[in-house]
Write a protein that binds this ligand. Structure first.
Ligand SMILES: Nc1ncnc2c1ncn2[C@@H]1O[C@H](COP(=O)(O)OP(=O)(O)O)[C@@H](O)[C@H]1O
Ligand SMILES: [Mg+2]
Length: 283
């Protein structure tokens, strides 16, 4: 099932973005953000609600055009290329929104196999609806999330957590070189959360896929990700290895929103840094 892909690189250069529905005078959702992410890197994005995490993923996923600045995928500026090139860029990434867009009456198998569509012709895609091929791969992907027995189930008969895990299993079927996953654990209990994150990071690493995940669970972010970006008011507050994200930094990141700080890691702020300091990419 492993198909080796060279992960996409990502670069944001002075990016400012607004939510399409926000008023003219509203502060930007992302403000003057510059950073780069290497192919195959695994990055967690944390921060209180409204910090800009979803907007950040939408910008990288070519779903939202910045007001100013540039977004590069594999060093191609995605809004300064032809619409065909923009379509091609979108087809090389997989974006999993917090609520997966699974048609309620669809069977799980169909929803999963649709994730392979970018590599299929229109005819293959249509025939896929009638004669699903790749069912073994779909079962294998579901099994990673303990859902293999749901393969023929209808999506609207699944619980919220099961639907969320089906949404994540779609990543495993996708041929994408960049996975953008928005709050994948919001409907999962701690054990399922652990399983979901270790599956995503393990498979992404094995395939060389670049993985960017927004998370509410800061403990999961700091323990499972080599790099954690803290966003607040659309700005980068820190960009550090997970093991260097101290309680102190988290307290600052979530100031006035402490109730959102769940599963924080226990790191003694006075202890020496466990590994060499990482270059801070954002400014
Ligand atoms: N539906 C919306 N209408 C208007 N503004 C919005 C909407 N959604 C988000 N925003 C603006 O964008 C900012 C960032 O939102 P978002 O990226 O969804 O943050 P997060 O994912 O960290 O909760 C919000 O603080 C708000 O100002
Ligand atoms: Mg969000």
């Amino acid at each position: 099932m492993e198909t080796l892909a060279q992960g996409l690189s990502v670069r944001l250069d002075g990016v400012t973005a607004r939510h399409p529905a926000s008023g003219e005078g509203a502060p930007p959702a992302i403000a003057q953000l510059s950073l780069s992410i290497s192919p195959g890197e695994q990055v967690a994005v944390i921060g209180p609600s409204g910090a800009g995490k979803t907007t950040f993923l939408a910008l990288i996923g070519a779903a939202l055009q910045p007001v100013s600045g540039s977004v590069f995928l594999d060093e191609q500026s995605i809004w300064q290329c032809s619409s065909a090139a923009l379509r091609r860029a979108r087809s090389t990434l997989f974006y999993a929104p917090q609520t997966p867009p699974l048609p309620p009456r669809q069977r799980v198998v169909t929803a999963l196999l649709a994730a392979r569509l970018p590599t299929q012709s229109l005819l293959q895609s249509l025939s896929q609806l009638v004669y699903p091929r790749g069912v073994d791969q779909a079962i294998e992907a579901l099994a990673q999330f303990d859902l293999a027995d749901k393969i023929w189930e209808r999506v609207d008969r699944l619980s919220g957590g099961e639907r969320q895990r089906v949404g994540l299993a779609r990543a495993l079927l996708s041929p994408a070189k960049l996975w953008l996953i928005d709050e994948p654990l919001s409907a999962l209990d701690p054990a399922r959360s652990q399983q979901a994150i270790s599956t995503l990071t393990r498979v992404a690493r094995a395939r060389g896929v670049t993985l960017i995940v927004s998370l509410h669970q800061v403990g999961v972010a700091t323990s499972a990700f080599p790099r954690v970006i803290g966003l607040r008011h659309g700005r980068c507050e820190f960009d550090l290895p997970g093991v260097q994200v101290t309680q102190d930094r988290l307290a600052q990141l979530y100031a006035q929103k402490e109730h959102e700080l769940t599963g924080a890691p226990i790191i003694d702020d006075l202890a020496p840094a466990p590994s060499a300091p990482k270059i801070v990419h954002c400014r």
